[in-house]
Ligand binder design. Structure first.
Ligand code: SF4
Ligand code: SF4
Length: 64
């Protein structure tokens, strides 16, 4: 599935990038983004995001 970052809410703090064991998170122009091919759904990034803007879209309460 892959986690998703809500771009409008990301403040580009970079916390998620260093937390990802799969190196799936990279800085992009507007915000940080997750490569769905690399994401293993571990959820580590979502736990450290101060904006709580990293979501698991397949979870009902987190739908975008
Ligand atoms: S859920 Fe895990 S593998 Fe996917 S982007 Fe976040 S930290 Fe990386
Ligand atoms: S931790 Fe959250 S706010 Fe910080 S760069 Fe990642 S997605 Fe953006």
């Amino acid at each position: 599935m892959a986690y998703r970052i809500i771009c409008e809410e990301c403040i580009k703090c970079g916390s998620c990038e260093s937390e990802c064991p799969s190196e799936a998170i990279k800085e992009a122009e507007e915000c940080y983004i997750i490569d769905p091919e690399l994401c293993t759904d571990c959820g580590c990034c979502a736990e450290v995001c101060p904006q709580e803007c990293i979501k698991a879209p397949w979870k009902k309460e987190q739908q975008l």
